[in-house]
Design a protein around this ligand. Structure first.
Ligand code: NI
Length: 499
């Protein structure tokens, strides 16, 4: 009995000490903060490096509910209120873009709880600069913005003002371009040249290399990996980029800043002029015959429309299919893609396809002022005039988002659709085909996007099929003309079915 009591006491002590041991381990373990704990202090003797030791910022970790979406945010709050305000305005923009996109596609999507997650990387540089990188993750698969992406900003810690990369660095674009080509060579064995499909994404222009992040002794930049279809981060040692740092001068040297962008614009203008003259000639010759494609107004017809391009290979593939099937379509192009795919745009036009205006930046026009809307509509027309010698006479509003201001400010007919393939959502060839087979009929306007391989593949099947069924695949102008519908500014058109 005595021994049993002793053993019992021994076990009690053992258990207590074990519990105490485990507890103390848990207590002293570093807290596992995902992503952005306060950066570790590194004892490096490079004077370019700013230790984070004395910088005071807090990490704000909150979730917010908006009208339809929720966001989970993790971002820093500094001692400088101006900086906080500038930083937060970027966050608000990211949230409101997500919210408005979701609102637009709400009817179509199955997703019940759209969530946005934003995390922040923070780095310090040169005593007074903070480098911020947001990693944004959205569980809602809406076009046009990707599911995962990054945004980068630099701020002056003293004034709180945002700093432009152009103010901080000399033109490092050739250097980063070479690093990017190395990346494609090493990872995929691809040699990038001017004819490569992603050349314009990584071409040696400063505009392609503004998403940067600097922390401790490294410099990171983002490029689009078209094989993975996502942004990737390429890392350099800070000392590799040091030669491009502008001399730290308190008096701002404006001369440096203006020379680089100016030369680029000059080149562009010359190019535009050349293109314009050649295109004007082709336009004159194509307008000679009244009905060059022998469209029969008594036979059924359908207008296929493709939004958000032009988009290199994929648009070209769709153009091939249309051409092979003696058919045409309407492409509602986005202005900021035109320089990148000018050749594709010209080919579109040359083959008799119609080019529609899908605005310059694909913004939600319902959130813009009259002046901003006019810019979005007219800026793209300037480019079209330069490339194909004519403006677009029809508009498709991004997200279909209109209000009174939008309708008043858009001096063109607004073309919508009555068959939505939802190709951006499904990215599934079979379901795109199924949707068209089910809903397309005489007078239909079908919505697709020349962004996805799956859409191009669906076209490969559905275009010859529709033609075989006796449909004439025509442009919006042709459809309306041969159905006797007169297009009027500020009016929405969904189809041209016979009454
Ligand atoms: Ni669009």
């Amino acid at each position: 009995m005595k021994l049993n009591k002793f053993l019992f006491a021994f076990f009690i002590i053992l258990i207590f000490s074990l519990v105490f041991f485990i507890f103390s381990i848990l207590l002293f373990m570093p807290t596992n903060t995902v992503g952005n704990s306060v950066p570790k202090i590194q004892n490096k003797s490079n004077n370019q490096i700013k230790n984070d030791e004395n910088l005071n910022y807090k990490i704000i970790n909150i979730s917010k509910k908006h009208k339809a979406t929720e966001s989970y945010l993790k971002y820093p709050k500094f001692e400088n209120d101006a900086l906080n305000k500038n930083l937060y305005s970027h966050i608000q923009k990211i949230i409101s873009d997500f919210e408005s996109e979701y609102q637009h596609y709400e009817k179509d999507t199955q997703l019940k709880s759209p969530k946005l997650k934003l995390e922040t990387d923070i780095g310090f540089f040169k005593d007074n600069i903070v480098s911020i990188r947001f990693f944004i993750n959205r569980n809602y698969l809406g076009y046009p913005n990707p599911v995962k992406f990054y945004e980068c900003y630099l701020f002056d810690l003293n004034t709180g003002n945002e700093i432009n990369v152009f103010d901080l660095f000399e033109d490092y674009s050739y250097f980063l371009y070479n690093k990017s080509t190395e990346y494609f060579k090493n990872n995929y064995g691809i040699s990038i040249n001017k004819k490569s499909e992603n050349y314009y994404d990584i071409a040696p222009k400063m505009e392609n290399y503004t998403k940067i992040f600097i922390k401790n002794d490294f410099f990171e930049f983002l490029i689009f990996d078209y094989k993975k279809n996502e942004d990737v981060i390429l890392r350099l040692k800070l000392e590799e980029i040091n030669p491009f740092l502008k001399k730290i001068q308190q008096t701002k040297n404006t001369q440096d800043l203006t020379t680089f962008p100016k030369t680029i614009d000059d080149n562009k203008n010359n190019k535009f002029e050349q293109l314009q003259t050649t295109q004007q000639i082709t336009e004159q010759t194509t307008q000679q015959t009244e009905n060059p494609y022998n469209i029969d107004s008594n036979k059924p017809m359908i207008a296929l429309t493709f939004d958000d391009g032009p988009n290199g290979k994929i648009t070209n593939k769709i153009l091939d299919i249309l051409e092979e099937n003696n058919s045409r379509a309407t492409f509602f192009v986005v202005g900021r893609r035109l320089d990148k795919d000018a050749e594709v745009l010209k080919r579109m036009d040359k083959l008799g396809n119609q080019i529609g205006n899908h605005t310059f930046n694909h913004k939600n026009l319902a959130q813009l002022s009259k002046e901003q809307i006019t810019f979005e509509i007219e800026k793209i027309n300037e480019k079209l005039q330069n490339y194909i010698g004519k403006k677009s006479q029809i508009v498709r509003i991004p997200y279909g988002a209109t209000n009174e201001v939008v309708l008043e400010s858009v001096p063109y007919p607004i073309i919508l659709w009555n068959v939505d393939t939802r190709d951006w959502e499904s990215r599934n060839t079979d379901s795109i085909i199924k949707e068209i087979r089910k809903k397309a009929k005489d007078g239909s306007i079908i919505l697709m996007h020349d962004l996805y391989e799956t859409t191009a593949k669906a076209c490969e099947i559905i275009i010859p099929e529709l033609v075989k069924q006796g449909y004439q695949l025509v442009t919006i102008d042709e459809l309306m003309k041969y159905r006797g519908i007169e297009l009027k500014s500020g009016i929405k058109y969904y189809n041209a079915t016979k009454k």
